[in-house]
Write a protein that binds this ligand. Sequence first.
Ligand code: FMN
Length: 180
Amino acid sequence: MNFFDLVNKRQSVRKYSSQKVNDEQILKCIESARIAPSASNSQPWHFIIVKEPTLKQKVAQATITQKLINNFTLQAPALIVIVVEKPTLLTQFAGWVKKRDFEWTDLGIAAEHICLQATELELGTCMVGWFDEKKIIELLNIPKNKRVGLVISIGYPADNYTLRKKTRKPLEQILTYNKY
Ligand SMILES: Cc1cc2nc3c(=O)[nH]c(=O)nc-3n(C[C@H](O)[C@H](O)[C@H](O)COP(=O)(O)O)c2cc1C
């Protein structure tokens, strides 16, 4: 699979099969995130793999609102919770000067590395940004002063899962040359 095919194959998977995911596969995804680039190489992230079934269901529940949003997290065999760590002092200073939270950019890059690596392993993922942060902090013993950046559900897609056509803005709407 070439890179573009891989990128095209990645899609948010919201239906999972009951097939277990082995630890090496999830670790390979984390390894791909670990080597992701970050501002000043700060690596401002901590990954928590949540697989223990009872705990995983509790964390999944913390992503669900009114049984309407994110129900699929209950079906996913594992969740990866990404905690935002403080970047290096240099990056904190640069962020302060430039009014940018570089750590959130870094987190997004690492998250996509996870999802692309999972895709290569035939696994499905969905980034989940809608969750009860306080609840997840409490459930996973995360220090209260830290932020949870993202939850990623991971597992084998359900048997009948097919590749959807990507719904995206046309190029003319998002690209210009030499000026806005
Ligand atoms: C930061 C972020 C947060 C997201 N949060 C959720 C979420 O809470 N629930 C959900 O079902 N999908 C969530 N998504 C998935 C997006 O809806 C999805 O990526 C987008 O619609 C494009 O579809 P695709 O991933 O299938 O290409 C999130 C994606 C990102 C990048």
